[in-house]
Design a binder for this molecule. Sequence first.
Ligand code: CO
Length: 217
Amino acid sequence: MKDDITNNPDLHHELLGRNKVWSEKMHRENPELFTELAKHQKPFFLWIGCSDSRVPPNQITGTEPGDMFIHRNIANMVVHTDMNLLSVLDYGVNALGIDHVIVCGHYGCGGVKAAMGEEFEGLAANWVRHIRDVARLHRDELNAIDQEEAKFDRLVELNVAEQVYDLSRTVVLREAWKKGRPIKVHGWVYALSDGVIKDLGITRSKYDPEKGSVMIA
Ligand code: CO
């Protein structure tokens, strides 16, 4: 959206107008689309991503309405007691039958950056504590990196890896795997600088009771 319209008190009208244009265009290109989507959803992917406005899941993956079941929060976290995340995971895996779960972080993540700085006031500080725990868990590796930007990038990757690990410990996934479901949990990082997603190569496809820590090759 252009800066010159952002001071408009009726800015939300802009969205409604654009929606009209979009729905008409979609209807023209695929007259059956909305009729089909109104009947049911059968998404192929469950996306767990950051709330950051610069990382819109459907746009960056070239997917359409109906392709992705989506959960977003600050810094794409999988918090063990987050009923919102757990409900989305349960519904996605057990009701919608999704076999591909993707945790997608992004370089330059404000939530991760906040976890590298001083403690701060405000509600979000509690959320960021989970990311500070990731940093503490990987303290030795992070302290060995001199360059601040490289350290930041690495914490973004380690944070995704930890969320993939945490997902693999959820009751939802352990039980699904026990039943023989071929579910894969992928860990990706999106680069704001060029719009490219990097696969961290840490995909988990089974319950592995041996692994107590996360490693990235
Ligand atoms: Co972010």
